[in-house]
Write a protein that binds this ligand. Structure first.
Ligand code: IPE
Ligand code: IPE
Ligand code: MG
Length: 252
């Protein structure tokens, strides 16, 4: 059945936090690892290694603040164009990170999720991730979502392709393609849209991150380089968010 969706989509906004709340979902563009390394006269990979410490700190801070969903942009589809040595280093680091931190996920009852074209990741990385995801799948309290081989346009394109296939198979009518039906075909449809997007290292751009989901997110940019980002920096972002007034297109 084809349903007109305008009123339902407007209603969807009603459940969203408008003012002064803790964000339910925080998404972070972890940028500045290379610049951190350069500043310290170290190879770029050292910046990525140091960045892993920031990830652990932010996991703690998010848990403490009561943030339920934390999405971290760890590797973009565009990042495949970096030198092979850097990509290999990042993939090694990713495996090590997952192996070393699974205990913490269990201790804190955090479910690990991945969004992105994960089929492009090396087989060993895919296996490690799949294992950790499976072993943490029963936790329902909070989630850590890693965006890997992720691109916002790729995600939207993948969703469009899946919907087109369903239309072709006769399961859907073109008129059934509403915003909410489309969102159901994104990588992790059950996860609410981010309330807050943080980008480190002072760049004011999205770099193809969560293009669909960030439509009404609050943005927070800090000059702090990702490897230097710690609990206090996260708390600063929380405070800034609490002072924002979200309108969702409505009047105040
Ligand atoms: C972010 O740091 C990490 C990844 C993109 C994997 P960068 O490596 O982009 O660091 P800068 O931007 O060169 O400083
Ligand atoms: C965005 O950072 C991707 C990640 C943090 C994984 P980039 O460093 O790749 O983005 P640009 O090149 O500055 O736009
Ligand atoms: Mg960068």
């Amino acid at each position: 059945m084809t349903k007109r969706s305008v009123s339902t989509e407007v209603k969807r906004n009603d459940g969203r936090a408008k003012h002064g709340n803790t964000p339910r979902h925080v998404a972070i563009i972890m940028d500045g690892n290379g610049r951190w390394a350069e500043k310290h006269g170290l190879p770029r990979i050292s910046g990525h290694e140091e960045g892993a410490k920031a990830v652990r700190a932010v996991l703690r801070a998010a848990k403490e603040a009561g943030v339920k969903y934390l999405t971290l942009y760890a590797f973009s589809v565009e990042n495949w164009s970096r030198p092979k040595s850097e990509i290999d280093g990042l993939m090694r680091l990713l495996r090590r990170f997952v192996q070393k931190n699974e205990d913490d996920l269990h201790k804190n009852q955090i479910r690990l999720r991945i969004i992105g074209r994960t089929e492009d990741l090396p087989e060993a990385v895919q296996q490690d991730l799949a294992g950790a995801m499976e072993r943490t799948a029963h936790y329902s309290d909070s989630q850590l979502i890693l965006a890997l081989s992720y691109g916002g346009r790729a995600e939207i394109t993948d969703a469009a392709r899946r919907m087109a296939a369903r239309v072709k198979a006769g399961e859907l009518e073109p008129g059934d393609i509403t915003e909410s039906a489309f969102a159901e075909h994104l990588y992790a449809p059950d996860i609410p849209d981010p309330d807050l997007m943080i980008r480190t290292s002072g760049e004011y751009r999205l770099s193809n991150f969560l293009l669909w989901q960030l439509s009404y997110a609050e943005f927070y940019v800090t000059d702090v380089l990702w490897p230097d980002f710690r609990e206090a920096d996260f708390q600063k972002a929380m405070k800034a968010y609490a002072e924002r007034e979200r309108r969702f297109g409505d009047v105040r």
